[in-house]
Write a protein of this length. Structure first.
Length: 68
């Protein structure tokens, strides 16, 4: 029995609770990760963060088509 068929065989209420649980787990992870990074000394320095922000800056350029 595959994972998908096992999931589909659950009652709708159980599937909804499973989905809510996964979303709660992910939300807790996003909320707690900065504190864990700081506690473990893995937080980026201000210079590292600025360098990363500069590299990730979105640059969009417009390209004209021929004939228009």
């Amino acid at each position: 029995m595959s994972f998908w068929s096992s999931y589909r065989s659950l009652s709708p209420k159980t599937r909804a609770l499973f989905g809510i649980g996964v979303m709660a787990w992910a939300s807790i992870g996003l909320w707690v990760s900065p504190q864990v990074e700081n506690a473990m000394g893995m937080a980026p320095t201000k210079e590292e963060q600025e360098a990363l922000d500069q590299k990730l800056a979105v640059r969009i350029s417009r390209v004209e088509k021929d004939g228009k």
